[in-house]
Every structure is written in structure tokens, then in C-alpha cells.
Design a protein around this ligand. Structure first.
Ligand code: MG
Length: 245
């Protein structure tokens, strides 16, 4: 009985999308957004990693940003970019150094697709090396739209959870490739509503993005997803509290 009550109370965990940036003095993928996610009490904070032309990793969402094509630029050029809150675009070293200050915050690390398989393999190799260097592997999940990046991450890190973003693989296909689960767009999971249960039946987890309005938050809470990724983590926390009452 107690077990079933606990089970029925299980609620999705809150992940801030590109950090918590929809708040004062923050910016997407900034060091501040990581701190704000921790301070807001998020379970995790998602961020995007891009490999530069000179084999450095920097944190930003868009490949092309403020006139710079980051995969074709040097890290020096990429990190000269000033974000909307006045910070410079961070290197992965700066980002991981900041992450060490918030040991309870889970890191949801997205490796951005690149033009060639070789560059994608390099991005995974260097990301794994950095995670080892900063001893962050045990609190980091890896996500990507690139199946090649995901496969390489699963190969190099069999004990790390890797989730696929692109929405075009069924739960069984994810299971066969040793994914930890699906990290899919809300529209995909509404279209394939059965995939949430199928994932759970296969022992896979489900994360859904990017869920910013309350009706969608309620919908996916009721569907029993494991994680919700949102630009509005505090709104999601309030929604979870309301439903929990
Ligand atoms: Mg992302």
C-alpha cells in the first residue's frame, strides 16, 4: 500500500533549459543561468556544447551566434562574444568550474551536431575527457540530436545515461541501442502518446522539452514523464506543488 502511494506521488524532475535564463540578469547558457538553476532548486540544468575549429569546447546553443560560426571559429573568437547579461560566452572549463560549486545540481549536457562524423567523434572524445578531468561524470547525463554522437557517448561511457533528442526512434529502438531513454519534443510525445508507457515498460526514462505553459506541464505530469525540461522552472515547480496537493 505504502509503495503504491509513493509511486502515485512520483513527480517529474525539473530541468532548466539552457540554464535558468528567464530571470533577472541571466542569459542562455551563461554561468549565471547555471547558478540560478541551482538557486531555484532545479533537479538539473541543461546546456549546449559546441566544438570550435581549434578543438576547444564552448557553451552556446546556436552554431551561428552574433556573426560568428562557432564550429568554424577559434575558441578565442567564440569566447569574445558578449552575452545579453554582459558575461562572455563560456568555455567548458569555466562552465564546469562553476558547476563544481553546486554539487547537488545534475548536468544535462547536450553535444551539438557537427558537419562531419570526424568532428562529432572529436567533440565526444573531448567532452568525455573534460568530464573526467572535473570528476563530473557521476552527475552528468548526455543528450544529442546526432545519433552518431549518442552512439559514441554510449560506447565510451557505458555507465553514463545517454538520451536521444531527435524523436525518430521508438522506445524499442532506443533500448536496443542502450540508451537510458527518450528526451523528446512535447509534440512528438503527444503524437506517440504510447511511447511514454512503452519506455517505462522497457526500463527507459522519458524527458520532455520544452514545456513552458501550464496546460502542457499538467498534461505531461499526468502522463508520468520522468523529467520536464522548461524555460520556466519556477512555474513548473508551482504547478507540481498545486498538483501534489
Ligand atoms: Mg539544448
Amino acid at each position: 500500500m505504502a509503495f503504491s502511494i509513493l509511486e502515485s506521488m512520483a513527480q517529474p524532475k525539473v530541468i532548466a533549459h539552457r540554464g535558468y535564463w528567464k530571470t533577472e540578469n541571466s542569459a542562455q547558457n551563461s554561468l549565471t543561468s547555471l547558478r540560478k538553476a541551482a538557486e531555484a532548486g532545479c533537479y538539473g540544468s541543461e546546456f549546449d556544447v559546441i566544438l570550435t575549429a581549434d578543438d576547444e569546447l564552448v557553451v552556446n546553443h546556436d552554431d551561428k551566434f552574433k556573426g560568428v560560426v562557432i564550429p568554424e571559429a577559434t575558441a578565442m573568437v567564440a569566447t569574445a562574444i558578449v552575452l545579453s547579461n554582459g558575461e562572455h560566452l563560456p568555455t567548458i572549463d569555466q562552465y564546469f568550474s562553476e558547476a563544481l560549486k553546486y554539487p547537488d545540481l545534475r548536468l544535462i549536457l547536450e553535444i551539438k551536431p557537427l558537419k562531419t562524423t570526424e568532428r562529432e567523434m572529436k567533440a565526444v572524445e573531448l567532452t568525455v575527457a573534460k568530464l573526467r578531468e572535473y570528476r563530473l561524470l557521476d552527475r552528468t547525463d548526455i543528450i544529442s540530436f546526432s545519433l552518431d554522437i549518442c552512439k559514441e557517448a554510449i560506447r565510451l561511457l557505458p555507465d553514463t545515461k545517454v538520451y536521444y533528442l531527435n524523436g525518430d526512434l521508438s522506445p524499442q529502438e532506443l533500448k536496443d541501442l542502450n540508451f537510458a531513454g527518450a528526451d523528446y519534443n512535447g509534440l512528438v510525445l503527444k503524437f506517440h502518446e504510447e511511447w511514454i508507457k512503452e519506455c517505462h515498460n522497457l526500463g527507459l526514462e522519458v524527458n520532455v522539452w520544452t514545456i513552458d505553459n501550464k496546460p502542457d506541464m499538467r498534461y505531461f505530469i499526468e502522463q508520468g514523464v520522468d523529467y520536464i525540461t522548461t524555460n520556466y522552472p519556477e512555474k513548473l515547480m508551482t504547478t507540481l506543488l498545486t498538483i501534489g496537493q
